[in-house]
Design a protein around this ligand. Structure first.
Ligand SMILES: Nc1ncnc2c1ncn2[C@@H]1O[C@H](COP(=O)(O)OP(=O)(O)OP(=O)(O)O)[C@@H](O)[C@H]1O
Length: 255
């Protein structure tokens, strides 16, 4: 936890099963914490469950079972009991949290090709029902180095610019928790480093919590506060199990 920061996401003894009863994948998360103002990485081999865990945190996938799953937004005492919301199928409350508290950056950026960059960025604000003044949008765009791209369509941007616009779109409506699935996968090292630096700066300046899935271990040391990895076991021909664990000294392990 950075000085003075508070926990935002807490998971305890969460299990997610995917696939059929007799063949499939089981992810176990004994304990996971993401604090305000920090960047947490999920790292590990292909198929170990990084996207599954990200989608659990993003409230896209329901846990199969959970002892504790809470989201603490600013000013909330006990926070939101997400395990209880899932257990009673409160889709309205979950959708409101997704819309208002979360920003999600899919692997491919997810920009809509028929909208301009400016319209893409405004979309989550419109869905949330908040206004975003042109000046504010332009200030954010300047900070992420895409101010000159605002009136273009996504196809007229470089891959790095698209990824930055995807970050901008994910934060423009003021989420508290930013989730990114391999945001650097399509970028060369300098651009990937710059994207991670941007996310780190946003976490500090806007008091966001950031969770980022990545394969790029050598890029993480400078911009990640903590990391989780996964122990993947093959139980049988058709059954795998993966257990998530914290890397105690992520910076040292990553470096
Ligand atoms: N929709 C689904 N239905 C059933 N099983 C799934 C589904 N999506 C993923 N899985 C399985 O869950 C396991 C974990 O997948 P996941 O995508 O979370 O891994 P990952 O670590 O993100 O992989 P990668 O690095 O290759 O993207 C895999 O065995 C995968 O086959």
């Amino acid at each position: 936890m950075r000085d003075g920061q508070a926990p935002m996401v807490r998971m305890e003894s969460i299990v997610k099963r995917r696939g059929q009863a007799d063949s499939g994948f089981e992810l176990r998360v004994p304990e996971l914490r993401v604090d305000t103002g920090e960047v947490v990485a999920l790292i590990g081999e292909s198929g170990c469950g990084k996207s599954t865990l990200l989608d659990l945190i993003a409230l896209i996938l329901a846990p199969t079972s959970a002892v504790q799953f809470r989201l603490h937004l600013a000013g909330e005492g006990a926070g939101q009991d997400l395990a209880a919301l899932w257990a009673r199928g409160d889709e309205g409350a979950l959708a409101a949290l997704r819309r208002e508290a979360l920003g999600y950056i899919p692997q491919t950026g997810g920009l809509l090709s028929f909208l301009s960059v400016r319209e893409n960025i405004r979309l989550p604000c419109r869905i949330k029902g908040v206004s975003l003044a042109d000046r504010e949008l332009e200030t954010l765009a300047k900070r992420l180095g895409v101010a000159e791209c605002l009136d273009r369509k996504p196809h007229a941007l470089s891959i790095g610019q698209r990824q930055r616009v995807a970050i901008l779109r994910a934060i423009a409506h003021g989420p508290r928790l930013l989730l990114a699935d391999e945001p650097t996968a399509a970028l060369d090292k300098p651009r990937a480093r710059a994207v991670l630096a941007d996310m780190n700066a946003l976490a500090c300046q806007q008091h966001l919590a950031v969770v980022v899935v990545t394969h790029d271990l050598d890029l993480l040391a400078e911009h990640v506060d903590r990391a989780y990895t996964f122990d993947l076991e093959r139980l049988s021909e058709s059954e795998t199990r993966s257990t998530c664990r914290a890397l105690d000294d992520a910076k040292r392990v990553i470096a």
